[in-house]
Design a protein around this ligand. Structure first.
Ligand code: NAD
Ligand code: ZN
Length: 379
């Protein structure tokens, strides 16, 4: 089969690989119908995540058709059209029992924090991902769900991460009626977080980025106010000013580690070395929120972001929350919002590329070329 293969930072190829096989009785093999490139894939592409191995296939946003099931799989049948959450989890450990699917203890017991994720380096289990013609899905009775007939492939694939994460970012912000909500980052996650904030009662939603074409989307898609941080000497001062010098009630960091920031991991020989720097958006979030407010962090930082303003966060009495999204927990609400027309996931899709052209997709998304917001991949 054809699969996207990582060959080192900024090097993506499409190569021939064996079709994955059932390795455990509860595995399924999915024939991928549609996949996507996530902002999180860019951290891998930029070489920012530890233990990203050459030869690995990325892709944690995908949907498809069940091609084969292991002998103990009960809920899926060959031919079913399924959506697969990006988390790989057992469904029965201490964490899964509490809905913390992204922290499953069984799939990745060596990790201190995160559970399993498709195509997301060996720090999340080393599972190959879905930017390929086929993918192996462990615990097939737990994560995947049949796609309702009324849901389009595009909307379904966006539910496997980006939409669920934007919605989760707004949930973690603890929004109450009338709140001023600021969202740093106008990528897919930030746009969905802004749209979701209204559903949770926000009184005002402000999206901050430096890419005008994305801020335009924040106005039209998410009906948000926008600020281009490059147009201000100090975006934090602007955020204070526009909120009566209080700060926003809730701030969502939908940026995470930025490749062009001064925070990157360098490969020296075979050893990975972290070069420190400051997570800009996270510190802006801490500075822009009012005292006693909430900072929700769904932007991914991977290696510990040192130099976070933790002292200021403490003195301001902030609540800081974050996690990898427990995707399946969001689906009942997301599907009902999509069906009722309150959320329109495909409204941010800008490109669809065949798998053979995925390297162009990564380059375009990374460099933010050609108005790129969300790119879908067709195997
Ligand atoms: P993206 O790269 O499309 O969007 C990031 C946006 O942030 C870009 O538009 C960029 O211009 C903007 N930006 C950069 N620096 C900024 C700053 N200092 N202030 C404001 N905006 C800034 O990526 P995406 O797909 O929207 O993903 C966003 C983040 O969410 C990534 O870090 C990704 O890894 C993370 N993520 C987390 C989860 C989770 O489960 N927690 C899931 C999916 C994605
Ligand atoms: Zn993702």
């Amino acid at each position: 089969m054809q699969a996207m293969v990582y060959r080192g930072p900024y090097k993506i190829r499409v190569e021939e690989k064996d079709i994955p096989r059932i390795e455990h009785p509860n595995d399924a093999i999915i024939k991928v119908a549609l996949a996507a490139i996530c902002g999180s894939d860019l951290h891998l592409y930029h070489g920012l995540m530890p233990d990203t191995r050459v030869g690995h296939t990325f892709g944690h946003e995908f949907i498809g058709v069940v091609h084969e099931v292991g002998p103990s799989v009960q809920n899926l049948q060959v031919g079913d059209r399924v959506m697969v959450p990006f988390n790989i989890y057992c469904g029965s450990c201490f964490y899964c029992a509490r809905g913390l699917y992204s922290n499953c203890h069984n799939v990745n017991p060596n990790a201190t924090a995160v559970g399993g994720i498709y195509g997301y380096s060996h720090t999340t289990g080393g599972y190959d991902g879905g930017q390929a013609e086929y993918v192996r899905v462990p615990f097939a009775d737990v994560g995947p769900a049949k796609i309702p007939a009324w849901l389009t492939d595009e909307d379904a694939v966006l539910c496997t991460d980006a939409l669920a994460t934007g919605y989760f970012g707004a949930q973690l912000a603890d929004i109450v009626e009338g709140d001023v909500v600021a969202v740093f980052g106008a990528g897919p996650v930030g746009l969905y977080a802004a749209a979701s904030a209204w559903l949770m009662g926000a009184g005002r939603v402000i999206v901050i980025d430096h890419l005008d074409y994305r801020l335009e989307k924040a106005r039209t898609f998410a009906h948000a106010e926008t600020r281009n941080f490059a147009e201000f000497d100090d975006i934090v001062v602007e955020m204070k000013k526009t909120t009566g010098w209080l700060g926003a009630d809730r701030v969502i960091d939908a940026v995470g580690a930025e490749a062009d920031g001064n925070f990157r991991q360098v490969l020296t020989g075979t050893k990975l070395k972290l070069q420190g720097g400051s997570p800009v958006a996270l510190n802006w979030a801490i500075d822009s929120v009012r005292k006693g407010g909430t900072v929700s962090v769904v932007g991914a930082y991977g290696p510990v972001p040192n130099m976070v303003k933790f002292g200021d966060a403490l003195n301001k009495g902030l609540t800081i929350r974050g996690n990898q999204t427990p995707v399946k927990r969001q689906w009942p609400r997301l599907l009902s919002h999509i069906q009722n027309g309150y959320l329109k996931p495909s409204g941010i899709v800008t490109h669809r590329l065949p798998l053979e052209h995925i390297a162009e997709g990564y380059h375009m998304f990374s460099a933010k070329l050609d108005g790129c917001i969300k790119t879908l991949i067709e195997p």
